[in-house]
Ligand binder design. Structure first.
Ligand code: NDP
Length: 272
């Protein structure tokens, strides 16, 4: 995928910023959405290291960029720039540089959009991980009436998440799934091709295994869940859902989600 260092950007409209950024699929789906909507704006991928966030934001705004998606590792810095994001989330992934401090987090509602599409009703949900996305998922699930249990390999971090968000969640010392209708992998284990350890033998029949990770092939977590007879889904639909919400938040028009998913499918096929 093509991308630029932030200092090399001379002009633009929309972009995703983060570090690393070369792997981001956001330009594929957002440029497809802009084309589908008949808009001539462009969306690019720009590398911004965490320690250069403030300087980079000033430069990009001066180059005319006005809408940003923000990814790892600068979602927390983006949250600090924002004045109106739910403090329980502690992270922002969408900014509007035209209005100082205006930002939002579309990961949490995007995740819930995909659950609604899968027909998942409030139930006991086990969330694996205690990073930014586990936090967004836990907040969104609790707000929607799910009973959330959280397991992280470093359990102090799970407790810190509970303390910082004030959520009424159970902390699991072991990744047991008993009584759960949903298990969400919000760890980054998949980035190394691994699945986090799960006591799959405790899974309820018919439970859904949801991996936030996605890739050209089935993820290790989905593979492990399906080997135990569970349904599974990866994070591609969430990528589209959060991107669609960002698109609508910037432009105030509906996002062409099918065109966005089609562009990603084509990209995925051509990279197999
Ligand atoms: P963070 O770096 O904030 O957190 C990573 C978490 O994974 C930590 O809790 C860490 O545990 C845990 N972890 C890492 N390696 C392992 C391992 N081998 N076994 C068990 N646990 C492990 O990551 P994010 O929350 O930002 O992202 C998590 C995942 O979600 C990534 O794969 C990312 O790509 C995906 N994601 C997908 C989105 C989508 O739109 N589909 C949106 C956002 C994220 P510890 O605390 O012990 O280090």
């Amino acid at each position: 995928m093509s991308w630029k260092e932030w200092r090399a950007v001379e002009r633009g409209d929309l972009a995703v910023i983060g570090d690393p950024i070369a792997h981001s699929l956001s330009p594929v789906m957002q440029n497809a959405a802009l084309r589908h909507a008949g808009l001539s704006w462009g969306y690019q991928a720009v590398r911004v290291p965490l320690e250069e966030f403030d300087e980079a934001l000033g430069h990009l705004a001066a180059c005319g960029l006005w809408g940003l998606n923000v990814t790892v590792p600068i979602k927390e810095a983006a949250f600090a720039w924002c004045t109106d994001v739910d403090p329980r989330l502690g992270a922002a992934n969408t900014l509007d540089l035209r209005t100082p401090g205006r930002g939002t987090n579309t990961d949490a509602p995007g995740f819930m959009d995909t659950l609604a599409e899968l027909g998942v009703q409030p139930c006991r949900a086990v969330v694996l991980g205690a990073g930014g996305s586990a936090r967004a998922v836990a907040v969104a699930l609790c707000d929607a009436g799910f009973q959330v249990a959280l397991h992280n390999r470093t359990s102090d971090r799970a407790r810190a998440l509970r303390g910082e968000t004030g959520l009424a969640i159970e902390i699991l010392e072991e990744p047991v799934l008993t009584g759960g209708g949903l298990v969400v992998n919000a760890t980054s284990a998949g980035l190394g091709g691994e699945a986090p350890y799960v006591a799959w033998e405790t899974a309820e029949p018919g439970a859904l295994a949801y991996d936030l990770m996605y890739g050209p092939a089935q993820t290790a977590f989905c593979e492990a869940a399906e080997a135990r007879g569970l349904r599974s889904t990866d994070g591609l639909a969430m990528l589209v859902a959060q991107g669609a919400r960002s698109f609508t938040w910037w432009l105030d028009i509906p996002a062409p989600r099918q065109a966005m998913m089609r562009a990603l499918d084509e990209h995925r096929r051509s990279n197999r």
